[in-house]
Design a protein around this ligand. Structure first.
Ligand code: CP
Length: 327
């Protein structure tokens, strides 16, 4: 059984996080609460009028200093579906190109009174740094090789959509673990929720000390996938590697790529996941990415609901989630 941690033991549960820096700060109760809240918001996206007044009057700034398709767009959609005003800052059009520091950028944004800054940055710890200097909520949308908590939460929500519980599942994560903030959040989240996490990849992609997070390192990709309930492939994070850490992409695809033959080793009802963007034919073959076992686009759909939940919980929307799902 997963040992339930409580943020405020002995009292009625209350979500008590102004900032979302990572899965590490969240208890299993927090994780369950965020996912339950996201599940209650999910149907809003299927309505003819996809909007509720929950965050009317709130201002959310998306400060993305690295490229993003899914995370930036889904935070913006999430905020807009809850009637918040959203504004986006991209690195190429910001004054960071003129030498302004991240803290100065954030202080200037704060001078315009936003309620939350959603930040993506190449430096691990950038969200915590901002929180030391400014007062509004900070939500980490991916910091360096550290964490990508909303991705970890949407991955857990997607698994729960298809399996009775995360507890007791074998989850294989294959690829560039060392440079992946998704891996950082997923390993922490999956193990907190009671899964057995098995990692595989070239030695140069397996970070020192990862077993201290509770994950096992398999000798081969086949061992990791054997009887797995979930197989997640990760992109090679070339942007975080100074020198090539593998001989060639072709060789990597042969040794570690997820193909049909490897997938046969997993349980028949295996879920195939990938945080995106996918390099088809490298970490995963197209027929696997598009096959019946793939829940990759479900992950993206759940991303909107999870980000609605995170904005709602950190910005203190109306007290009852039920209230918000009734138009
Ligand atoms: N999964 C993810 O973070 O994708 P983006 O880089 O497109 O946001």
């Amino acid at each position: 059984m997963v040992e339930k941690e409580s943020s405020n033991s002995g009292q009625a549960y209350q979500f008590a996080h102004k900032h979302i820096f990572g899965i590490r700060q969240l208890s299993s109760t927090d994780i369950e609460h965020i996912i339950t809240t996201a599940q209650s918001f999910k149907e809003i996206s299927n309505r003819a009028i996809k909007k509720v007044p929950t965050l009317r009057g709130k201002t959310v700034v998306n400060l993305f200093m690295e490229p993003s398709t899914r995370t930036r767009l889904s935070f913006e959609i999430a905020a807009k579906r809850m009637s918040a005003d959203t504004f986006n800052i991209a690195p190429s059009s910001s004054s960071a190109t003129k030498g302004e520091s991240l803290v100065d950028t954030a202080k200037n944004i704060e001078a315009m009174n936003p309620d939350a800054i959603v930040v993506r940055h190449s430096s691990s710890g950038a969200p915590q740094l901002l929180a030391k200097h400014i007062d509004c909520s900070i939500i980490n949308a991916g910091d360096g090789i550290h964490e990508h908590p909303s991705q970890g939460l949407l991955d857990m929500m997607t698994i729960i959509d298809h399996k009775p519980s995360i507890e007791g599942l074998k989850i294989a994560i294959i690829g560039d673990i060392a440079h992946s903030r998704v891996a950082g959040s997923d390993i922490l989240g999956f193990t907190k929720m009671g899964a057995r996490v098995c990692l595989a990849g070239p030695a140069t992609f397996l970070p020192y000390g990862v077993s201290s997070l509770g994950a096992e390192i398999a000798t081969t990709v086949e061992d990791a996938i054997e009887d797995a309930d979930v197989v997640m492939a990760l992109r090679i994070q070339k942007e975080r590697q100074n020198d090539p850490l593998i001989p060639s992409l072709r060789e990597y695809a042969i040794q570690y790529g997820i193909n049909r033959s490897r997938l046969k080793k997993a349980k028949p009802d295996v879920l195939v996941m990938h945080p995106g963007p996918i390099n088809r034919g490298v970490e995963m073959n197209p027929d696997v990415a598009d096959g019946s076992w793939s829940v990759i686009l479900d992950q993206v759909t759940n991303g909107v609901a999870v980000r609605m939940a995170l904005l709602y919980l950190t910005l203190g929307g109306a007290k009852s989630g039920q209230e918000q799902t009734e138009s």
